[in-house]
Design a protein around this ligand. Structure first.
Ligand SMILES: Cc1cc2nc3c(=O)[nH]c(=O)nc-3n(C[C@H](O)[C@H](O)[C@H](O)COP(=O)(O)O)c2cc1C
Length: 170
């Protein structure tokens, strides 16, 4: 075990340490007058039930998020097991991220990917400056889950996609 205690935290050590926190993967999506928008996002979490709020953090260098922010709304697509290629596709800046992907639309007009576990459609409720990221809070306006016998999420742990056996309960 390595423990680092210092006012200067090494970025690689920081990433390695927080990479021990397992999460799911989402695509944050939106739509402006130039078409559908989206980026892969691990930092999604739920914040409040009343009012219903969720959050994610986005790098200040993102070229997609400022266009989503301008519309005032976004959707969260929670990826399922087997959607690793979708996650990779939406992590590549400056490409046609929506190529060959079937989509439908929320009431607010945000694109939803097919084959996901669940989705939420939000209005931007607040933004907070946070170092090299912006923390975005969304108020949930509409949401849904996809029915399936054994819904299996796409997981991320130590920088790699992982599988979770949904029938294995501890
Ligand atoms: C597994 C994974 C998780 C990611 N999580 C985040 C995240 O939480 N926040 C973020 O800003 N970028 C995250 N990214 C990186 C963005 O997806 C990527 O920088 C973005 O798509 C860049 O495209 P853009 O310039 O079109 O915004 C993640 C990438 C991967 C592969």
């Amino acid at each position: 075990m390595r423990t680092t205690t210092s006012n200067t935290i090494d970025p690689a050590c920081f990433r390695r340490t927080v990479g021990r926190y397992a999460s799911g993967i989402t695509i944050i999506s939106g739509h402006d007058d130039q078409g559908p928008l989206g980026f892969t996002c691990q930092s999604f979490y739920s914040v409040s039930v009343d009012p219903p709020l969720v959050s994610f953090s986005v790098m200040k260098t993102s070229s997609t998020y400022p266009r989503i922010r301008d519309t005032g709304t976004f959707a969260v697509n929670i990826l399922s097991h087997g959607q690793e290629a979708v996650s990779d596709q939406f992590a590549r800046s400056g490409t046609d991220k929506w190529a060959r992907l079937p989509v439908r639309s929320t009431d607010q007009g945000n694109p939803l990917l097919e084959g996901t576990l669940a989705w939420l459609d939000c209005q931007i409720w607040a933004e907070y400056d946070a170092g090299d990221h912006v923390i975005v809070i969304g108020r949930v306006m509409e949401l849904g889950t996809t029915d399936g016998h054994h819904p299996a999420p796409l997981m991320y742990f130590e920088g790699k996609y992982r599988a979770l056996r949904p029938d294995e309960v501890v």
